[in-house]
Design a protein around this ligand. Sequence first.
Ligand code: XUL
Length: 523
Amino acid sequence: MPRYVLGLDSSTQSLSSMLLNIDSGEVVDDRALNFDTILPQYGTENGVMRDADPMVVHSSPVMWAEALDILFRQMKDEGLPLSEVVAISGSGQQHGSVYLRDNIEVALANLADAPSLSEAVRPCLSRDSAPVWMDSSTHAECEEIRATMGGKAAMVAATGSDCFERFTGPQIRKFAKQAPTAYGETAHIALVSSFVSSLIAGKVSAIDVGDGAGMNLMDIAHLDWNEEALNATAEGLGNKLPAVKASHEVLGNVSPYFVQNYGVNADALAVVWSGDNPCSLIGLGLVEPGLMAISLGTSDTMFGAMSTCNTDPRGEGHVFGSPAGGYMTLLCFKNGSLAREKIKDQYNLDWDAFSQALRDTPLGNDGKMILPYFEPEIVPRVLTPGVHRKNLSEEDVAGNCRAVVEAQMMSMRLHSEWMGERPAAIYATGGASANAEIIQIMANVMGAPVYLFESTNSAAMGAALRAAHALDVAEGGEGDWKAIVAPFAKPVHSSKVEPQAEAVAVYNEQMKAFAAFEAERVS
Ligand code: XUL
């Protein structure tokens, strides 16, 4: 009988899934349910609920539970081989938190008797909504926690990241301060990943080393809770968190709820979930150090595997546990497509004309540079937006086009130096990766070959591959990551773009000028 693994992804806007046949190496099913469309009664917009205060962004755990029922119902009705699924895992949007009373334990144990997942969960919430990663209302709490921990450097060294507004610890602290009674009634705090995996497993689930690192609470060197950070965050927090586990931890078998209602194989392993970024790492096949992914989206992100636990002294980048063992890094550049588009639109260009401008201009742009902070930037941290030019006039259309792309790539190279490892190869994903000229500049500046990667849903794919890996380990196999990801995580055939011969020398020089320009403008 063929063996199937299921990967789910509870992301900001949708719940999606990927069903893989691990014997034939085929993707059997790939689907997504958009929260706004399928569950309009929750009133979400792009999956979230906004408050009058624009800094406050929440979502609904009950909606996530209800979506899970709809997804399984669809898969069952369409005759997918759920009775042959041998392992299930998942991915969750990182940082969001769910607050549960102690009655959740009984509710999960008796899920099979519940009319629906949403009905089972609703009475167990000690906080109706869940703050998500888009919430940036915890500036004061970040300052407080950072100060108690002894400042930024100490915080980064302890947890792998500086305090960030969206990270879970500052969010928990805000809740404990503003609603002490409800916080007191909270017996379990879950991440989005561990909340949904608790439903799948029918028991309060562990948090894995990948998603746990996005909380400002986990000791990054020891991959366990950091007592000092727990104490700096909220009273009694250690008692409200589950254990931190490796990403291949098997929680048990799938809850009988899914067996009874949807015909899922009763022996299917419920594997701990992880965050979407750690899952995407696996979904793109980045299972060994030396490979980096650059995703060119609204924001650009850069992530990759790292063998040793280096942390970013500037506190801009994050270090998470990698599901493949060791560590991963994540850098998020807010002015990604946003900045490229602003420049394109400012000069009334279309993308073809923008690309032509990149072809018409020389490597290194004759020293013309821009710092394109159209929006506040995360890396480097820039709170007041502004666009700065050096040796570059605003009238120079082609020069501005090349300057923005070179600036983005040089910024990625500059702000990833702390990792101590230059990438041997880069996988490019996201909308703008279809632009050949942008990809050539990426290869030139980074001094590494770039492969294109068409990932429709790398997070769900990574979750499914993590399930396959956990199954292999549970069955006494070697958990050979390369062999597990090989059939599924492949760059587009013959998409390799090499750096141009003269580029390495040009950008080694230009990087110094760029770093000096940035230092002048960003304090
Ligand atoms: C990462 C982050 C986002 C969310 C999106 O730190 O905040 O990538 O994980 O789902």
